[in-house]
Each structure stands twice: as C-alpha cells, then as structure tokens.
Design a protein around this ligand. Sequence first.
Ligand SMILES: C[S@@+](CC[C@H](N)C(=O)[O-])C[C@H]1O[C@@H](n2cnc3c(N)ncnc32)[C@H](O)[C@@H]1O
Length: 270
Amino acid sequence: MAGKDKIKTEKKNKIKNDKKDKKSKKTVRNEIYIVGAGPGDEKLITVKGKELLKKADLVIYAGSLVNKKVLNYTKGECVDSYGLTLDETTKMTVDAVNAGKMVVRLHSGDPALYGSIVEQTEELKKYDITAKRVPGVSSVFAVAAALETQFTLNNVSDSLIITRPAGTTLETDQIPEFSELGVTMAIFLGTQKIEEIMNKVRCPKTTPVAVVFHASWEDESVIRGTVEDIARKVKDAGIKRSAMIIIGDVVDPKNYAKSYLYGVKQGPLD
Ligand SMILES: C[S@@+](CC[C@H](N)C(=O)[O-])C[C@H]1O[C@@H](n2cnc3c(N)ncnc32)[C@H](O)[C@@H]1O
C-alpha cells in the first residue's frame, strides 16, 4: 500500500475504533432504576416503568407484593429480594452494573412509602452508582378505588395520615394521637396487629373502618366495619397480611359537602 493510502486507512480505522469505544462506554452505565411496580394489577405500572423493565438485564423485585405478572414485561433475569441482606442485593447490583447490565430494582406500589430505598441508594453511592427513581401507583390509591371513596372529602376529612403500627422496625407509633384528629388514616403493615390497633385508637367506637386485602389484584377483598367490630371480622376472614386498614368517615361517606369545583357555588380555586 502506498504511504498516503496507508495513512488514510489508519486514520479511518482510528475514527472507527474511537466510535466503537464511545459506543461501548455508553453501554456501561453507572446508574440503576428504582421503579414502582404499582399496587398489583400489572396494568397499573407506569409506561416509563414498563419500558425500563423491557430493557432490563436484571430485575431485583421486592417479594410477594409485586405481582409476578409485572415480571412478564422483562426478558431479564428476575431475583426476589426476599430473605436477601442489603449487602447481598448491593453486591448483586454492583456486579451487574460493572458487567454493563441494565438493572431495575422493582418495589411494590410507590417506592417512597415503606420501601427502604434511601439505605439502598446510600450503599450504591459508595460504588459511584446513582439510582434514578420512577414513581408508581401506591396501594393506598388502589385501596381508595376498591372502597369507591375519596380520602379527602369536603366536610368529612381534609387530610390523610399515612402511618404504620409499632413493630420490629418501629419502637413506638403515634396511632393513638393521630386518631384524635378526626381525619382519614391509612395504616400500612398493620393487619396482623389489627386488634391491638383498634384497642388503642381514640376515636369513637362507631367510626367506620375498612380493611382492603390485595387491592387491584384479582383476589381483592374488602371488609367493612367499625372500630368496635373490624378486628373480629378480619380474623374471621383469615386476613393476616397484604392488606391496608382505613379508619375514618370517608369509608362510609354521608354528610359531605359538594365540591365548589362543579358550579354549586363558585369559590376561589387554588
Ligand atoms: C412494605 S409496604 C409497601 C408499600 C408500597 N410501597 C406502596 O406504596 O403500596 C407493604 C404494605 O403495603 C400495603 N399494601 C401493599 N400492596 C397492597 C395492596 N395491593 N392492597 C392492600 N395493601 C397493600 C400493606 O399494608 C402491606 O403490608
């Protein structure tokens, strides 16, 4: 090959190789995605969450509350994090990222509620891995849909308290104090302690209470009662987990005021 031609070919090859290098660097991401899977119904994941699952090589999902049907959106390897330590899931994530894999951590509902994602992301930061979050539909909203109610309703309740009872990870709770406020309460992770919870609330015994099991799943079920009798009803139904307790008059809405929004009376909108 003549000298000039040789230089030209070498230049071309260098450009080609640089492009290749850039491409391969692009596929080594040092980020993962924390995605909300929604409350159960596989159609209640966000479009963005579904697209990320499609692209994922590894999906680490949070146990029994993520409907396995959601995992049909991915062709990647799926690992149930139930029983794994934070160190183990971190190592698995770091190894996958270093191998150029796209990782999704899939949490039930919305990851911002009882999801332990802050500690996960803190660990990953030590390896220079960032976690981008994709919100999901929390089970609390699927519960409102199952009850055919609103958590905030004019004249009934303007606020929603999201809480959980004391247990292994929480020494004391504020359920007695919250229940004096007369607003809607959504109690996560509490079905097993329902009797204890009903004994410590300070609202009238006649206050409506509902327990919704597996909201939005095919086997969703709703039990309605009052502070007085809900624990017995839930026990009789054999429900021990995967359910939410809603306390407040919105469970059985009666004396609510119509919204100004629909022209009953035009007030300031904000
Ligand atoms: C660890 S928390 C996770 C909550 C989740 N991040 C969310 O936003 O729904 C698990 C608790 O959420 C509630 N939960 C989750 N999915 C549910 C569903 N489909 N129906 C009723 N309660 C549900 C239950 O109280 C359960 O004990």
